[in-house]
Design a protein around this ligand. Sequence first.
Ligand code: NAD
Length: 298
Amino acid sequence: MDANDVKVFGVLGAGQMGAGIAQVAAQAGLSVKLCDVSLAVAEKAKAGILAQLGRQVDKGKLDAATRDATGARIEPIGDKAGFAPCDVVVEAATENTTLKLELLRGVDAVLREGALLATNTSSISITKLAAVTSRPTAFIGMHFMNPVPVMKLVEIVKGTATSPETVELTRALAARFGKTVITSNDHPGFLVNRVLIPFLNEACLAYQDGVGSIEDLDQGAKLGLNHPMGPFELADLIGLDTVLAIAEVLQTQIGGDKYAPAVVLRNLVAAGWLGKKTKRGFYAYDDKGQRGAASLSR
Ligand code: NAD
């Protein structure tokens, strides 16, 4: 199979990443099956994609016919059995090893031989996830960035058994989606999160140590380091549960105090303040997702 043979594309997990991946695949002309814990959740995710495309129509960046055609290519499903006709499935469920192992076993069982199975995991071993499937050579990390329709990068992660053909197919598929690829070996956090997560955690530690405010640390990164977003704004966008899960993988898999997640991060996750997706994290957000004041002060 080469990338042009890929016609039916599955996405498991219809949260912020899964919805974005489904959108770019549908915009590239693929038929997309979008699955979550229930049909209702998958349908809600599709409605969110249509609303997002609708805003682009309102701004004159997209025509209504293209939006409608893109929407018509996305089929919400509530059961993994619906992935049977897929040439490629990308798993994009919550960053939890036990959950992903179970989900990938289930998807593997319904896919035909020769179909490719990928995961959007931010940090979990590709080799470990591949090993519970019947297709470790056709298993790969396809790590999109957030927000998927905007960010140009896809980080491809090769497991120990991933074949060169699978790497090439994934690279060509990412190109069909208009993305640029970098390639990582299978090591905790891969390339991007190996660098990003310690940076975000260090900002948490600096705040915790009383060095300064959340707003000033963000402003410092934007105006002092030329980052488009500050570390707390970015952590809220990613989701603090996801940031913590990645930090825990770095800590347990690489080891050492260097990767120990900050207490303030653990506390926010324990409080259920997960960032923009729950309207509260390091900052508060209104119903339109507009950022308000910092949630924590000293
Ligand atoms: P999210 O919380 O927005 O969405 C996770 C989705 O998984 C939810 O819709 C949830 O209902 C679904 N899910 C949970 N259990 C499920 C099950 N049993 N069956 C089907 N669906 C199930 O999280 P997200 O930010 O979209 O992250 C998803 C994946 O993408 C994670 O592996 C994360 O590490 C990775 N990722 C996240 C980012 C980011 O910036 N948030 C960037 C790159 C990669």
